[in-house]
Write a protein that binds this ligand. Structure first.
Ligand SMILES: Cc1cc2nc3c(=O)[nH]c(=O)nc-3n(C[C@H](O)[C@H](O)[C@H](O)COP(=O)(O)O)c2cc1C
Ligand SMILES: [Mn+2]
Length: 476
């Protein structure tokens, strides 16, 4: 059963113990982000819930964060799937192969309240400041920005951060010139035309998951969301443009990106755990704001990992590599994991039941071929090593690796986006300046190893059963 809207999904999360309500008043300009960061730091992934801040100082609208990726379990609940790459990969590939186009309906709750022109005041929304004191302004971090290709008419939905700039104005930032909405703006700018956009905040979670995912340019993310849901997304016409938006969205900002205008944007605290640099970027002039009665404001937590962003990226980048290695190359890989400390981009661990000595290197090259900017460190381990257990991976690196034989470095490769260790002079979008290097480590056993010096499994299970009898539960 697909989720009808954000509210329905939040009810399900709460039933499953994955939504935590904070009723104490919090300040959105310093406190909310610090609470979210500490929750990510202190509570392990298996137990970490999404957070509903019920009372934000000075606002009647509550803020919810972590709803797509407070933890790996939360992501799986959002996608209504089992928590493993095989199932997650199947779900995404079926949805892309069989997209279900949205259906237009007459009216929807997202337009229960309509504010036009001067009535619009973005300062009435509880938009948090994320990195104090470095972010210059509050930021919308989970906008699903809808636009339309002026040539093909195809719809696009993507998540690009928005800086709150005025009563009716935001900035918008593109990580590179090939982001789909950026390409749409280019086409309009060449004709000196504005680009109409609709910024959607708070929906059924699969719309968010498609908004942050790369699907081929021209494929409508709302149709992929329909494929994931198994039912079409219902959309309504915007009040000030021809764009269509999910009928049950919490908040919609209708506006335009004017041609030829660039203003300072950023800096912004980014997923690598450092500030990214600011620079000139586009703006959105908001003409109309529609909301549900008593809307809920949704936001993604990014910045220093672990974060919602590192959780989402771990799946977003893991799935295409899993597909390539397992199904296109036929490699016997058993699991993979982008380490959270690497922002789920820089550091990849792959496990495999290798059949020959060439396969670990083939897996490493395969991963780099799929996502050439990512996996700066790539480690391949045998299938007895849990890729999510850092201790086990370090153990394999310590005693299954001979550095001179098993480690290789590739110079002059594309670098991880926003990796501050890459010296960049000049514009960040100049990829030639952003070359870095990569390291591949084959941490599999290359010959017969002695037996592992650890008690047999049946003895371990028996001792675990007797744990309380020894009194050891009191200290562990
Ligand atoms: C939490 C989060 C924040 C993101 N912020 C940005 C951003 O500010 N700018 C950007 O270009 N991409 C950002 N992305 C990545 C895009 O959402 C992603 O590349 C998506 O595919 C863009 O849609 P498009 O492929 O239709 O262009 C972000 C992703 C996540 C998970
Ligand atoms: Mn797209």
């Amino acid at each position: 059963m697909p989720y009808e809207d954000l509210r329905h999904y939040l009810r399900v999360l709460e039933e499953k113990g994955k939504l935590f309500r904070i009723s104490r008043e919090v300040d959105k300009d310093w406190e909310l982000s610090a609470v979210a960061k500490l929750v990510f730091r202190k509570i392990p992934d298996e137990r970490r819930p999404a957070l509903l801040f019920e009372k934000v100082k000075g606002f009647s609208t509550p803020v919810v964060t972590g709803v797509l990726g407070a933890s790996r379990q939360v992501y799986a609940i959002a996608l209504e799937t089992e928590l493993n790459f095989e199932e997650i990969f199947r779900r995404w590939s079926r949805a892309q192969a069989d997209p279900v186009p949205p259906v237009l309906v007459e009216s929807g709750p997202c337009q229960e309240v309509i504010l036009r022109g001067d009535e619009v005041d973005l300062f009435q929304l509880p938009v948090p400041i994320w990195t104090v004191p470095h972010d210059p302004a509050p930021y919308f971090t989970s906008p699903y920005v809808i636009g339309r290709d002026p040539e093909s008419g195809a719809r696009n939905v993507g998540t690009y951060r928005l800086q709150l700039k005025g009563k009716c104005k935001t900035g918008i930032y593109f990580g590179n010139n090939l982001q789909d909405l950026r390409r749409i703006i280019d086409k309009n700018e060449k004709q000196n035309r504005p680009t109409p956009v609709a910024v959607v905040l708070g929906t059924d979670p699969v719309i968010g998951l498609t908004s942050v995912s790369k699907v081929p340019f021209g494929l409508d993310e709302l149709a992929v969301a329909g494929g994931l849901r198994g039912e079409p997304v219902e959309v309504v016409k915007c009040k000030s443009s021809d764009l269509e938006v999910p009928a049950t969205a919490e908040i919609v900002l209708e506006g335009e990106i004017p041609p030829g205008i660039r203003e300072d944007e950023g800096p912004f605290g980014e997923y690598a755990g450092y500030m990214s640099r600011g620079g000139p970027s586009f703006v959105i002039n908001v003409k109309c704001m529609t909301t549900r009665r008593n809307p809920i404001f949704q936001a993604f937590v990014s910045q220093m990992p672990p974060s919602e962003s590192s959780c989402i990226r771990g799946f977003g980048f893991g799935v295409p590599i899993y597909k390539k290695l397992k199904y296109d190359l036929g490699l016997p890989i058993t699991d993979l994991h982008f380490k959270t400390a690497g922002g789920s981009t820089a550091y990849l661990v792959i496990s495999m039941k290798k059949e020959n000595e060439g396969q670990p290197k083939q897996a490493i090259w395969g991963a780099w071929a799929v996502l050439p900017r990512f996996a700066k460190f790539t480690v391949v381990v045998d299938d007895d090593i849990d890729v999510r257990d850092s201790f086990a991976v370090d153990w394999a690196m310590s005693f299954r690796v001979q550095p001179a034989r098993d480690i290789f470095i590739e110079p002059n490769t594309l670098s991880v986006p926003l990796d501050p260790s890459v010296p960049i002079e000049g514009p960040v979008s100049d990829e030639r300046r952003a070359l870095g290097s990569k390291i591949g480590i084959d941490a599999t056993k290359k010959h017969d190893f002695p037996p592992i010096a650890f008690p047999p499994r049946e003895h371990i299970l028996e001792v675990e059963k007797r744990w309380r009898e020894y009194g050891l539960h009191l200290i562990s």
